[in-house]
Design a protein around this ligand. Structure first.
Ligand SMILES: NC(=O)c1ccc[n+]([C@@H]2O[C@H](COP(=O)([O-])OP(=O)(O)OC[C@H]3O[C@@H](n4cnc5c(N)ncnc54)[C@H](OP(=O)(O)O)[C@@H]3O)[C@@H](O)[C@H]2O)c1
Length: 222
């Protein structure tokens, strides 16, 4: 399966691309600017000490969406809609993963506060915009970029996965579990993304209060 990371040049997208590349997945690093995508691919090659890394390719966001089997959106909230508009025609019935955390920091406020969206969550906003054909899954929004790029350590965080299409969640959960330390948990329908996305500003708050970067969440008893 080809994994397209939209906004793969940013902290979160690059972190996910790095981990999936390390797991041997085919990764398409997307950007608005092909040169930025190229640069991100070079960073990944350097971090993995492999100049020839054959499974990571730089593309525009549109090309990555066209060529990917699983599309993962990793742009800030304020870029969500404009990015969705640019790739919508290529998403079709593919699995579309939204990793957006709606943080107040994206609209000039505090990163430790959640922004209430009309649709309930960023993932539901994607689903509303992309239409019924797209198989929208919410995942990766609680896993910090710092832990993803801390490449020699396991990621100490569960990946909480929500979505209305059970079959679409399975490959996303399998993909999440290629990251050492990550356990994927099916959290039910997409509307539960409105609970899961709210955990991220709490984790940012805990990072700031404790002067760390790797706060994550684990569900116990499962
Ligand atoms: N960082 C984290 O630790 C973390 C953790 C959990 C969830 N998340 C979520 O993951 C998403 C990405 O976070 P991030 O920290 O990686 O963001 P970021 O570094 O600020 O941006 C990611 C990429 O989005 C594109 N972008 C930025 N502004 C844009 C704009 N105005 N219009 C179109 N594209 C734009 C850029 O790609 P190009 O310029 O290459 O097109 C950029 O490299 C966010 O929704 C965030 O809530 C982040």
């Amino acid at each position: 399966m080809k994994i397209a990371i939209i906004g793969g040049t940013g902290d979160q997208g690059l972190g996910l691309a790095l981990r999936f590349a390390k797991s041997g997945e085919q990764v398409l690093v997307g950007s608005r600017d092909l040169k930025k995508a190229d640069n991100a691919v070079n960073i990944i090659k350097n971090m993995l000490n492999d100049d020839d890394l054959p499974n990571v390719t730089a593309m525009t966001n549109e090309e990555a969406t066209k060529n990917g089997d699983i599309i993962i959106l990793t742009v800030p909230l304020q870029a969500q809609m404009i990015t969705l508009k640019s790739i919508k025609d290529h998403v079709g019935g593919k699995i579309f993963v939204d990793a957006t955390a709606p943080l107040e920091g994206c609209i000039g406020g505090k990163p430790t506060r959640f922004v209430d969206l009309w649709e309930g969550s960023a993932s539901e906003r994607s689903a509303a915009f992309l239409g019924e054909e797209a198989r929208v899954v919410s995942a990766f929004c609680n896993i910090s970029a710092a832990s993803l790029t801390n490449i020699d350590e396991d990621v100490q965080c569960d990946c909480l996965v929500s979505g209305d299409d059970s079959d679409a969640k399975i490959p996303v959960m399998e993909l999440a579990e290629t990251i050492p330390g990550v356990r994927a948990i099916d959290c039910g329908p997409l509307e539960n993304a409105r609970i899961v996305e709210k955990i991220t500003p709490l984790l940012i708050n805990l990072n700031i209060r404790n002067r760390i970067k790797l706060a994550g969440i684990r569900i116990t008893g499962l």
